[in-house]
Design a protein around this ligand. Structure first.
Ligand SMILES: *Cc1c(COP(=O)(O)O)cnc(C)c1O
Length: 364
């Protein structure tokens, strides 16, 4: 037996989520974010599927992620959101750098001049996210300086929302207005328009005026909503395992490390070969369910590194090798990433990336 659960990845669900995006944004470019191994779903297969479905732009965080896609034969345009240190890689692999410092632009211009080439870049403006980006007060002059550098073609301009997932959109609207002011100043300075983009999933779902020329969905492609409401998105990842062993224990039996759970009746306890080393967060101890035979079985006691115990006393006929679903649907029951993330005060993004990282994947 190999370690860990199986991540079943539903490519038809991915397609449906992409359709939802296109229905909202029409003919705009959809820059599909496949960083962190496509949020744990497997960047190569996900990217291939997206490209076959008409997506022409992918975004990753680091050049190493882009290389993996190129090596797999993916020829779509790839934007690298954060990492622009290894200038040569952008030429070797034909990648689009995101520039947020003038000195990086100079490095790209220098390399392009040496090669007699022009490199397309996107400029990032910090409108209030406080991560990377040109500061609002210097953005216009910086952008014009960079656009004047030989060997650099400024193709796009973008910014990122900090809290478009709140129902109060006032800060998101402030960010958007600031971005649009900067954008129009740069465009009039240049005399030609740039491809402007700002909307992440939360903004695509709830802030139509932010669509601009392109959108950058991540989490919604994978069927998770940044809100309580699902917006009809279809979860792409299912995490499944099998019952490893079943034990009958008398009332008063302590379960797992620290004896945080003691049986309150004669109980049937199933052992599941999935633990926190597989992305099943230990904070879900005594605080989650899994699905077996279409029913919910509560996690009892602490989640261990490799295994987890669940109470199956109330589920008839559970036996070894029965399918166990930790995330996703089984018959009429569904455990969403949102349900798990709400239980441990985090976000669905962390649930899917933790489960998906290093998982054995099956694409269906
Ligand atoms: C991760 C990321 C996105 C996608 O965000 P979601 O909330 O997953 O839609 C878009 N843009 C940038 C710059 C990002 O880092």
């Amino acid at each position: 037996m190999n370690r860990g659960p199986i991540a079943e990845i539903d490519l038809a669900a991915l397609q449906k989520n992409l359709n939802i995006i296109y229905r909202a944004v029409g003919k705009r470019n959809v820059i599909s974010v496949v960083k962190a191994d496509a949020y744990g779903h497997g960047a190569v297969t996900i990217s291939r599927k997206l490209v076959n479905a008409g997506v022409s732009y992918l975004a990753v965080a680091f050049t190493g992620e882009a290389k993996v896609l190129r090596d797999a034969g993916i020829t779509a345009r790839i934007m690298v959101l954060f990492d622009n240190r290894d200038v040569m890689d952008f030429f070797t692999y034909n990648l689009i750098p995101v520039i947020y410092e003038k000195r990086t632009a100079r490095a790209f211009a220098g390399e392009a001049a040496k090669k007699g080439l022009t490199v397309s870049v996107h400029l990032k403006i910090d409108t209030g996210m406080g991560r990377v980006g040109f500061s609002a007060d210097t953005a216009v002059s910086d952008a014009l300086d960079i656009a004047a550098m030989k060997g650099i073609a400024v193709e796009g301009l973008f910014s990122h929302f900090s809290d478009a997932d709140l129902s109060d959109k006032s800060y998101a609207r402030e960010q958007l207005e600031l971005f649009q002011r900067i954008k129009s100043d740069i465009s009039s300075g240049l005399g030609y328009p740039l491809m402007a983009h700002m909307a992440n999933s939360a903004a695509i779902l709830t802030l139509q005026e932010s669509y601009l020329d392109a959108v950058r969905p991540g989490i919604m492609l994978y069927g998770c909503s940044p809100f309580e409401e699902s917006y009809g998105l279809n979860p792409v990842m299912k995490i499944k395992s099998e019952v490893l062993a079943i034990r009958s224990l008398p009332l008063g039996s302590p379960i797992s490390y620290g004896r945080t759970y003691v049986t309150r009746r004669k109980s049937r306890i199933a052992v599941i070969p999935v633990g926190y080393a597989d992305g099943y967060n230990r904070l879900l101890s005594n605080n989650s369910d899994v699905l077996i035979r279409g029913k919910r079985a509560p996690v009892v006691g602490r989640i261990c590194m490799d295994v987890t115990m669940v109470d199956v006393t109330d589920i008839r006929d559970v036996s070894e090798n029965d399918e166990v679903v930790l995330l996703g649907r089984q018959m009429d029951e569904l455990i969403t990433a949102r349900e798990l993330s709400d239980r441990i005060n985090t976000i669905p993004y962390e649930i899917v990336t933790a489960f998906g990282h290093g998982a054995r994947r099956e694409y269906v």
